[in-house]
Ligand binder design. Structure first.
Ligand code: AMP
Length: 222
């Protein structure tokens, strides 16, 4: 739909992009598009894209622009995205940013706002390497920062199965941080130059970041 908001969340692994995107989805009716989730689904289904992406993801590198764009384009073709989207983990390279502009221009759209979630790298290694989620409802937990109130039972749905991402080890997070600084962080200047960049200090509480993001989303998604 022409004119529907396109919000981008930029930030290294652990900055809270996924958590915040899910809350924005609930609060503003935008649709979260996480290329990491799309790629993990492709890996789980064993599609051609998934088979090509698997080893790169396990090593903490970036999957090729071609594959990422293919999975994103498939998802964008679904009708629910017409109400506006939050891109979580995309774009991650210059080439992806240019491809996104071209893709949006095709439907009379453009990037509405880009929010950089600013955090400290070392804290991200601790945040990411201890995190896990409920396999039933997706609620997020952390070995040190957020355990379930009753051990081994999800606070939200009572589920007892939990999972950890294979790439959430301290070693792989360091590789993912390197990839972020080398290839993704330069996009901050790119979007600043275009006048669409906002920055949030994302070292604070989830609720504090949510409020700051809501103020931005309220302006662009109204
Ligand atoms: P994420 O869930 O965003 O942390 O992404 C997990 C992994 O998927 C990354 O470490 C990359 O290997 C891959 N990935 C996700 N999104 C992209 C992207 N836009 N470009 C390249 N690789 C990606």
């Amino acid at each position: 739909m022409a004119g529907a908001p396109v919000l981008i969340l930029l930030g290294p692994p652990g900055a809270g992009k996924g958590t915040q995107a899910r809350m924005l989805e609930a609060d503003f009716g935008l649709v979260q598009l996480s290329t990491g989730d799309l790629l993990r689904a492709a890996v789980a289904r064993g599609t051609e894209a998934g088979r090509a992406a698997r080893a790169v993801m396990a090593a903490g590198g970036l999957v090729s622009d071609e594959i990422v764009l293919a999975v994103l384009q498939d998802r964008l073709a679904e009708p629910d995205t017409g109400q506006g989207i939050i891109l979580d983990g995309f774009p991650r390279t210059d080439g992806q940013a240019a491809a996104l502009d071209a893709l949006l221009a095709g439907s009379g759209q453009r990037v509405t706002a880009v929010v950089s979630l600013d955090v400290d790298d070392e804290a991200m290694v601790d945040r990411v390497s201890g995190r896990y989620t409920c396999a039933g409802c997706g609620e997020g937990y952390h070995d040190r920062f957020k355990l379930p109130a009753v051990a081994d039972f999800c606070d939200k749905c009572g589920g007892t199965a939990f999972r950890r991402r294979a790439d959430d080890t301290a070693e792989t997070v360091r590789e993912r941080l390197k990839a972020y600084h080398a290839q993704t962080a330069p996009l901050i200047a790119y979007y600043q130059h275009r006048g669409v960049l906002e920055r949030i200090d994302a070292m604070g509480s989830i609720a504090g970041v949510r409020a700051a993001l809501a103020a931005i989303a309220g302006r662009v998604a109204a």
